[in-house]
Each structure stands twice: as structure tokens, then as C-alpha cells.
Design a protein around this ligand. Structure first.
Ligand SMILES: [Ca+2]
Length: 428
């Protein structure tokens, strides 16, 4: 199958026009008892979730520890949200970490001797230890609606409803409600759709991977895909509530050079209407495709390239338009035969994500350079540098707030990982 506009535009037609198949029609071809038992278990779990008791607690508030710098070249305001000698890291670049009104920024920290979910209140700079004292939760995801987030703990999905007060004394209370069980080994993080009505989650049972949906209103869980290959990086389209994407895991983001090897398709789409997983495109031999992230106007940003020798790699920031199938470079990397791995990594890119207002695509690289590419002109603006040393340190995993005014990333500049906010200069 060739990569073509026809292939992908066929997908978008499926997304828009495909009828919702009846449950019977979907289940009939799958006669394996295991699958039915799994589904039965899910339905029981769903009913159990409806009657679960909510628990609540008041969070520990830590004083602000932030440090503000102005980047020497760009003049951009860089806020080190954390400065403690602990591994404080932002969420993965496509996982939403800001609450809907930018009141709070979620992050992870091992400062208490174990990985925990924490947050920074942007108004005061105070840090909040969100986790209760028992088993820490993981995979946090800020909801698009209201002061709430979703987490997982011991193969269960929970909602944390927040009550935040910063008037006289800062108080943060959490009410936890169990939403659903995860029937297998969890894969990827949680994903919330664009109208905040569904949560998607993925898991493995034996050799198969599954994608399930939790309906926020009805509390019902349904399985929408069963795949005979490993998946990761589950994400919802940012504007279409019924379109998911996920990545297929091959063990390498680079397609094999041997044209006789099975071809790779790193990212896949799944319409909730057709429930038919469709590859976005098949990589040509030796092609890199990784770190996809939904953006605006039916586009996905990703990192791609065609040159690699050992550790020497090319990585452009690319955009796939799923309406036309066109792929273009929006943030250019570079390749030259004499370049060392470190030299090449200086001018190539490794993660990227677009601003929600469609104006920018931010990118980071192995040297800790954070750049913004103008969506209209592709002009590169270096926001800040020096947040990682090639060969070591946490990756920046650059992401955005919900207004497109700030990027968030992890910096190693102070000697250990810290969560940073880079404010996009207004004059840009
Ligand atoms: Ca730190």
C-alpha cells in the first residue's frame, strides 16, 4: 500500500461518515471466549464503579521555590517552578498538564522518596502534594472541564475533583472517585476527548492490546479496539471528540532499511464510528517517524527524517494534514555527512507540540534547546537554551498551556530535573 493522499483522505471520510456499528455486529466475528469474559468483566466493573464510595483529603501545601530568569538571547521569561534537589519532571509532551483555566500545572516529583503527582499553583507559586499517603497514583491528566484530573492506581482509573482556595490561606482538597478498572497491564497514559465526555485507556492481555472508552456521564466502559500488536501514545484529536490516534511499537522509531522487511507505520487513527484502526502512512525504508502530537485543523506534528548512521540522526519537525495526506517540514533539522552525533543533535529536533491557538510549534532537542517555529512562515525563534547536556539528563518534552502563551518543559540546568515554564514574548 502506497502512502498517498487518497489513503488518508479515505480515513477522514470514514471518520465523518461511517455509521455506528451495532454492538451485535461488532461482537459476532469475535467468538473467542476470552474476549467475551473480558467484556463481561468490564461491564461488571463499570457497574461497580457507579456504586463506589468517594474519599477525600486535604493536600499538603509547600512554599514557593520558584526562580525566575530571563534568557540571555531571547529575553524570554523562564520560570523554574521547582528548584529542589529532586527529579521534578513535567508530564509527557502530549499529556495535558495545565488545568482548564491555567490555575494549576501538574508535574511529577520523587522528592518524597517515590514518584508522586504534584502541582504548582501559578497564582502563588506554591507547590501542592496532591497524592494521598497510601499508594501513589500515576498517569495524571488534567481535564478540559473544571478543576479535575484523572489518574491511575493499581489498575484502576480515578477522578480527582479539586477544591482550590487561595484567598486567605491556600487550601487544596481532593475528592477521589473510582471510575473504572483496567482489565490488563496498562499501556500509555489516559486520554480525554475534546468535549470531555470520554476517557480512553489502553491495556495488554497476553499478546493483544485493547483500547477502551469510559463514558463520563453514563459511567459505562466499552472496548473499541483489539489489536494483535503493541501500542502506545494514546491521544484524542484535539477538536474532533470521536477520533483517536495511537502509536504502534516496533522497538525502533526508524523503519528498517531492508525493503523486504515488513513496513512500519508508526501512528494510527481510530474513528469511534468505524472502529477501524487505520495507519496514517507507511514509512519508506529507513524513515524516522516518532513523537506524534495532535495540533489544529486536522494536523499532527511529529519528528521525521531520512538520514541515520549509528547515533548520527536527522530529525525535522513535520506536520501531517490528515485531510490531504500532505506532509511538510515546519521546523527544519539538518544533515551533513561529516557531522558528529553531538553536532547533528544540536540542530535537529526530538519532541514537538503545537500551540492550541495554531500560531507556533515548539520543539526540543538532545542539547536542551527549546525553539518555536512560526506556523505561517516556519521562521525559527530560539526561546531558551542549555536545559540538557547531550548524553545525559531528562528530556525537555516540551508542551503547552491551553492559551498558547507558555510552554512547559523539564530543565536540567540547575543540576537535576526541574519543571520550567517559558513565557512566549508578547512581541513575537
Ligand atoms: Ca529538581
Amino acid at each position: 500500500m502506497e502512502r498517498s493522499a487518497f489513503r488518508v483522505s479515505l480515513l477522514i471520510n470514514q471518520i465523518v461518515f461511517a455509521p455506528w456499528p451495532s454492538l451485535g455486529a461488532r461482537e459476532t466475528p469475535d467468538s473467542e471466549m476470552k474476549y467475551k469474559l473480558i467484556k463481561y468483566g468490564i461491564q461488571l466493573c463499570s457497574l461497580a464503579a457507579c456504586t463506589a464510595f468517594a474519599t477525600s483529603w486535604e493536600c499538603e501545601i509547600l512554599p514557593p521555590e520558584q526562580r525566575i530568569e530571563y534568557d540571555a538571547q531571547s529575553g524570554a521569561k523562564i520560570i523554574f517552578v521547582t528548584t529542589r534537589k529532586a527529579a521534578d519532571t513535567n508530564l509527557y509532551f502530549h499529556d495535558r498538564c495545565f488545568l482548564w483555566d491555567n490555575k494549576m500545572l501538574l508535574f511529577l516529583s520523587d522528592r518524597f522518596g517515590r514518584p508522586e503527582i504534584m502541582a504548582c499553583l501559578l497564582e502563588t507559586g506554591e507547590l501542592v502534594r496532591l497524592n494521598p499517603q497510601d499508594e501513589p497514583a500515576a498517569h495524571p491528566l488534567a481535564s478540559l472541564k473544571g478543576d479535575r484530573l484523572y489518574v491511575t492506581r493499581e489498575k484502576r482509573i480515578y477522578q480527582w475533583q479539586l477544591e482550590i482556595s487561595t484567598k486567605s490561606k491556600t487550601v487544596v482538597k481532593i475528592t477521589e472517585e473510582k471510575l473504572a478498572d483496567i482489565p490488563g497491564e496498562q499501556k500509555s497514559g489516559l486520554a480525554e476527548n475534546s468535549d470531555a465526555t470520554l476517557l480512553a485507556f489502553a491495556y495488554s492481555i497476553d499478546d493483544d492490546d485493547y483500547i477502551d472508552l469510559y463514558d463520563i456521564k453514563s459511567a459505562h466502559v466499552r472496548t473499541i479496539a483489539r489489536l494483535d500488536f503493541r501500542i502506545d501514545h494514546l491521544q484524542f484529536h484535539r477538536q474532533r471528540p470521536d477520533v483517536l490516534s495511537f502509536s504502534r511499537s516496533y522497538g525502533s522509531d526508524w523503519a528498517p532499511l531492508d525493503a523486504n522487511e515488513p513496513r512500519h507505520a508508526r501512528f494510527w487513527f481510530l474513528s469511534l464510528n468505524s472502529r477501524l484502526p487505520v495507519p496514517a502512512f507507511y514509512q519508506v525504508p529507513g524513515e524516522l517517524a516518532t513523537h506524534e502530537c495532535w495540533w489544529v485543523n486536522d494536523q499532527i506534528t511529529f519528528i521525521g527524517g531520512h538520514h541515520r548512521v549509528g547515533d548520527r540522526e536527522e530529525g525535522h519537525v513535520k506536520v501531517l494534514d490528515i485531510r490531504t495526506g500532505d506532509i511538510r517540514i515546519i521546523g527544519a533539522g539538518a544533515w551533513w555527512e561529516e557531522g558528529t552525533a553531538s553536532q547533528l543533535a544540536q540542530v535537529n529536533w526530538w519532541h514537538a507540540s503545537g500551540s492550541p491557538d495554531g500560531k507556533w510549534v515548539a520543539a526540543d532537542n538532545w542539547h536542551g534547546i527549546i525553539a518555536l517555529f512560526n506556523a505561517k512562515t516556519t521562521e525559527k525563534k530560539i526561546l531558551t537554551t542549555g536545559h540538557r547536556i547531550y548524553g545525559g539528563g531528562a528530556h525537555p518534552h516540551v508542551g503547552w498551556d491551553l492559551q498558547g502563551e507558555m510552554v512547559e518543559f523539564t530543565s536540567n540546568k540547575l543540576g537535576n530535573p526541574d519543571v520550567c515554564i517559558g513565557v512566549v514574548p508578547k512581541e513575537w
